[in-house]
Write a protein that binds this ligand. Structure first.
Ligand code: PLP
Length: 398
């Protein structure tokens, strides 16, 4: 059957039939602890009763009407996102890459509408990942992903991460915006310190640039606050979201201030599926759960416990784990052995992690994961470390 699927993924020989909370189950009843959350997507775990109920009720009522008509569901979601963020307006799309395309279009249009169409370039950072569309490949600037897809889309300038001097040197009269992930996800959970985020905000203010935050991976509570920028006490002009927003339903969003999206008149941007009622219904339910009092306190408390336990593991297995990185439940182990081998050892212990750049394995449990599931995860990760260490010692003794 798999012969009919285009071979764009190196899939594991492993399929799941059912999910509940932090666990995934195979058809023959094997149980895996899901620390990948579908690459940071299933923010409330699997089969969350509030999401299931909301979707079941909506599925029986209405699925899709297009963006030709008013959408009370989209209006509700936009109002909630705006009320809890820097933004004045939201636009809904289907994915992170699309949200970033929208963000860059909004920034370019802003300057064009102000009579400065020459300001269209965006500064991005080495190690970034902004998506797989042609423009976002160019924004991402990863050779491996660009190879064979023709000339790069014009308009992106790349500088080393956290290098403010390089950022300033890259600004020209054509620069429209700076785009950055508060924590680089696919790049290997490389954190942008809060003082660097603040400095980027200041550079934008001083040079008349828009600040675009790509919070596709960091947003929706992943770092322990609804949006990662809140840790730095700054506000962007434009922000992209996706992944956790729909709790597993595909939806992306671009949020912007009134000023930043002032160029976006009817007809300037659009999508057939974006803001689809089922996806928006899921996102409304996700937000309702996250906005309940104490939700983020719980995420911060349980994620600090998890991080502490991981730090203790890295102390016990220094030949295997170089560093624990990240914030909240967006964590990674930088491993001293190939990260794919470490990930495979975790899988053998029925723990699912996701590899990322810089030889890391990401651990991104559901934000709702109870402490007992985290404790079980730690003991399984330790079992994987013990086995890997034993193999290394046996190799060395040969
Ligand atoms: N931006 C960031 C920070 C991401 O982590 C990703 C996906 O990993 C994307 C954009 C692209 O999102 P999507 O795969 O939904 O297009």
């Amino acid at each position: 059957m798999s012969e009919a699927l285009m071979s764009t993924y190196a899939r594991q020989d492993l399929a799941f039939e059912r999910g509940e909370g932090s666990y995934l189950y195979t058809a023959d009843g094997r149980r895996y602890l899901d620390f990948g959350s579908g690459i940071a997507v299933t923010a409330l775990g699997h089969s969350h009763p509030r999401l299931v109920k909301a979707l079941q009720e909506q599925a029986a009522r209405l699925w899709h009407v297009s963006n030709l008509y008013k959408s009370p569901e989209q209006e509700e979601l936009a109002a909630k996102l705006v009320a809890h963020s820097f933004a004045d307006k939201a636009f809904f799309c289907n994915s992170g890459g699309e949200a970033n395309e929208g963000a860059v279009k909004i920034a370019r249009k802003y300057w064009a509408a102000k009579g400065k169409p020459e300001k269209y370039r965006v500064i991005t950072f080495d190690g970034a990942f902004h998506g797989r569309t042609l423009a976002m490949l160019s924004a991402t600037n990863n050779k491996k992903y660009l190879e064979g897809f023709g000339p790069k889309v014009e308009g992106f300038d790349h500088v080393p991460l956290n290098d403010l001097k390089a950022v300033k040197a890259a600004i020209t009269p054509e620069t429209a915006a700076i785009m950055v992930e508060p924590i680089q996800g696919e790049g290997g959970i490389r954190v942008v310190p809060t003082d660097v985020l603040r400095a980027l905000r200041q550079i934008c203010d001083e040079n008349d640039l828009l600040l675009i935050l790509d919070e596709v991976q960091t947003g929706m509570g992943r770092t322990g606050k609804l949006f990662a920028y809140e840790w730095a006490d700054i506000e962007p002009d434009i922000m992209s979201l996706a992944k956790g927003l729909g709790g597993g339903m595909p939806i992306g969003a671009v949020l912007a201030t009134d000023e930043a999206c002032s160029g976006m008149a009817p007809g300037t941007h659009g999508t057939t599926f974006g803001g689809n009622i089922l996806a928006v219904t899921a996102a409304n339910a996700v937000l309702d759960v996250m906005l309940e009092p104490g939700f983020f306190d719980g995420v911060q408390r349980r994620s600090s416990y998890f991080r502490q336990q991981l730090a203790m593991l890295s102390d016990r297995y220094p030949d295997l784990i170089e560093e624990v990185r990240g914030q909240g439940f967006l964590l990674a182990l930088k491993t001293r052995i190939p990260n794919g081998d470490f990930q495979a050892a975790l899988r053998d212990e029925h723990v699912l992690g996701v590899t990322a750049g810089d030889n890391t394995v990401r651990l991104m449990p559901a934000l709702t994961i109870p402490e007992k599931d985290l404790a079980e995860g730690i003991s399984r990760i330790e079992a994987a470390c013990r086995r890997l260490q034993g193999q290394m010692q046996a190799e060395a003794a040969k």
